[in-house]
Design a protein around this ligand. Structure first.
Ligand code: BGC
Length: 696
């Protein structure tokens, strides 16, 4: 490669500071910024850090409900403009981790429990960003599905769960968007940190042929030499130069091959070239208002109408409405941590009502008006980095308020703001419910647009809403500090509920509209590789509306336990009243296959596969079947949902679960682990003594 010394190459492999890569000779430095849902551009002046204002778009939890790839591309393009105006070359997002469990603290940053939806949404955002001349970083690779002990935990999943669920979202996003970078996760996988995991990085670079940059999460590198050997090109953020010396020494001593270092340095240099080329395009002026309007439109087109009793919605703006709830005055619009954006503006719901000339009475529960709009949701502290959501329920005071309003005979419309799925035992107390998630700075305007019918809701849930947390299959194997056993294997979200026959409160893919649609004329054809499906969709109602058509495949009896349905494709289409359209899907061979851990490859069961076109994972509108040639014979292998023992998990893994050793102590060791050593106990004693805690 470039004529650099070993030391210069080694220096390229870690950051210049918190947000930039190091330059070298003609290789430019690359500026990064966080931003799955808006630009988080940190500046520092005279030692004071601040975050520049930027448009705060909806978080991924809501974005995914749009099921609209074009909309996400539009958002990416707008974010790219804002990034370019600040000289940012690379955005640290989107995140395509799977929502394994509804309590993961960063679920609000993740799209879905389904890998196809997560991958497609992630790819769309990447295409939008990169089309606008800013690189994207797909994160956090991989099996980073809880926040508790994220720096030290060890995720253990069987090969099928990895390939069919947890790696799948990354595989799809990479193949459909070619992001400039992929960020490895903090956690270990099978006892080895993601940032030095040969198998993980081997799949990424060798098997999937990914040619971009593999970089660490911030401070996530433990053994840098092992990392370079495994394929981790860049460590972020900066260190004091210590790593470069370490790497160069390892090359000199033969502990690290120069080829591995060359590979890493080359990829960092390539990132610099891409950034330099993109900078040649002129930056355009940012229309702050247009971006705010876009954020509002995206939110409105993503919100999910869960319930609409007797067609109460949309509301008539000439009436007076009761408004209750703190979030009407102070929008609950984004989560905390690295994705937190400083919005350009943040109108509240009362501002929006006034701007539209709609009269209201604000109260904490005593109304005169007949219809009350209740702003509900979980506290702002629930959704952030570093810890998980404490629960799926709404605060008791909010449920008590709903009981009171219901006993007063009020018609209640509940707007729910939260970073993830909530339990809805109170649903019978309300006439209407809209799941708003975390809608970004256009939250209030978007809610108004949906309530009063300016926008016909078309969002669909990107995750299942179980009746209670107790129904979640991973509930007993989530939140561990050391080994996280993914005993539920591939049965995540609707894959579990549908296969085990568990009734949920609201299924994956559910969402109502102010119009109705009719599905007809399913046509299935076998193609040389895969299959073709088409059908007709007609708007049979009185208003314009968009529908998310979901295509699920149900496999024949298989020699491994498989979910009864799996989403393989989806399309969103808008239709005028009376209008109809033909939708078609090309299904690939891989859409019918499963991962065979013994053969380490994709296999297909020869036989009839059911093709289901649905308006949700429970609402099947059209069905047919098609014969698919396979390389495996049909057989039946049930999954024991009730018996997720360590033994059965080990049988699935084909090996014993090994709890990682507390020793050697590294900077990622927990205090509990450090306490296991004699030196650790001594340090603890000293610390306690110094802090004035007499116990020592
Ligand atoms: C987060 C990443 C983020 C990085 C930089 C980490 O703590 O996990 O998602 O991009 O910080 O802020």
């Amino acid at each position: 490669m470039i004529a650099l010394s070993t030391m210069e190459k080694a220096a390229l492999c870690s950051g210049l500071d918190a947000w930039r890569t190091k330059p070298a000779k003609d290789i430019p430095s690359v500026r990064m910024a966080d931003g799955p849902n808006g630009l988080r551009f940190e500046t520092e002046e005279d030692g004071t850090k601040s975050v520049a204002r930027a448009t705060c778009f909806p978080s991924a939890c809501l974005l995914a409900c749009s099921f609209d790839t074009e909309l996400l591309e539009e958002m990416g393009a707008a974010m790219a403009k804002e990034a370019r105006s600040k000289g940012v070359d690379l955005i640290l997002g989107p995140s395509v981790n799977i929502k394994r469990n509804p309590l993961c603290g960063r679920n609000f940053e993740y799209f879905s429990e389904d890998p196809v939806l997560s991958g497609e949404m992630g790819a769309a955002l990447v295409r939008g960003l990169q089309g606008g001349g800013v690189g994207a970083t797909l994160k956090h690779f991989a099996l980073n599905n809880q926040e508790k002990a994220r720096l030290s935990s060890d995720s253990i999943a069987d090969e099928r769960a990895k390939r069919e669920i947890y790696l799948k979202s990354f595989e799809i996003a990479i193949s459909k968007s070619d992001p400039w970078a992929v960020m490895t996760a903090y956690n270990k996988i099978d006892g080895v940190y993601a940032s030095e995991n040969q198998e993980l990085l081997g799949i990424l670079k060798k098997e999937w042929g990914y040619g971009g940059l593999a970089m660490s999460d911030w401070g996530a590198v433990c053994d840098r030499i092992a990392g370079i050997e495994a394929g981790l090109d860049l460590e972020m953020p900066a260190d004091s130069g210590f790593r470069a010396r370490l790497i160069s020494k390892a090359v000199d001593s033969g502990d690290l091959s120069i080829t591995a270092l060359d590979q890493a340095a080359k990829r960092v240099a390539k990132l610099g070239e891409k950034a330099e080329k993109a900078r040649e395009n002129p930056t355009s002026l940012i229309d702050i208002k247009a971006h705010h309007d876009l954020a509002r439109r995206i939110a409105a087109e993503s919100m999910v109408l869960l319930k609409n009793e007797n067609g109460l919605l949309p509301l008539d703006p000439s009436q007076t409405f009761g408004v209750v709830g703190e979030f009407a005055k102070k929008p609950r619009y984004q989560g905390g941590g690295a994705s937190n954006v400083h919005p350009t503006k943040l109108p509240n719901f009362l501002d929006e009502l006034e701007a539209s000339g709609i009269s209201y009475e604000l109260s904490d529960g005593e109304f005169r008006s007949e219809t009350v709009i209740a702003f509900l949701g979980q506290p702002i502290s629930y959704d952030s980095e570093g810890y998980d959501r404490p629960s799926m329920s709404l605060p008791e005071s909010q449920v008590a308020l709903l009981e009171k309003l219901s006993s007063m005979g009020k018609k209640v419309i509940a707007l729910i703001f939260a970073g993830g799925a909530v339990e809805t035992p109170w649903i019978g107390l309300v006439d209407c419910a809209i799941m708003c998630y975390l809608p970004g700075q256009g939250a209030s305007g978007a809610a108004l647009d949906v309530l009063f019918g300016k926008v016909n809701p078309s969002g669909k849930l990107a995750e299942s809403f179980p009746k209670s947390y107790g129904d979640v299959l991973s509930k007993d194997f989530f939140g561990q500090e050391k080994v996280i056993e993914y005993r539920e294997s591939v049965f995540v979200g609707y894959r579990h509920y549908q296969t085990a026959g568990i009734k949920v409160a609201f299924p994956f893919g559910h969402g109502l509209s102010y119009t109705s649609v009719e599905y007809s004329e399913l046509l299935l054809e076998k193609r040389e590789e895969g299959a073709f499906a088409s059908f007709t969709l007609k708007n049979t109602g009185n208003v314009y509306g968009a529908e998310v058509c979901q295509l699920y495949v149900s496999p024949p009896a298989s020699p491994v336990p498989r979910p009864v349905i799996e989403l393989k494709a989806f399309k969103k289409i808008g239709l005028q009243p009376g209008e109809e359209a033909t939708l078609s899907f090309d299904l690939k061979e891989n859409d019918f296959s499963f991962w065979d851990p013994k053969e380490r490859g994709w296999r297909t069961v020869g036989g009839f596969h059911k093709i289901i076109v649905g308006a949700s994972s429970e609402d099947f509108r059209l069905q047919g079947q098609i014969w698919i040639e396979g390389d495996v014979c049909a057989a039946f292998a049930p999954f024991d949902f009730a018996g997720l023992s360590r033994e059965s998990f080990e049988a699935l893994l084909g090996r014993k679960v090994v709890e990682h050793q507390a020793l050697p102590i590294t900077r990622f060791s927990t205090l509990k682990e450090i306490r296991l050593t004699r030196v650790g106990r001594l340090i603890e004693k000293l610390v306690k003594k110094q802090s004035g805690n007499g116990e020592a």
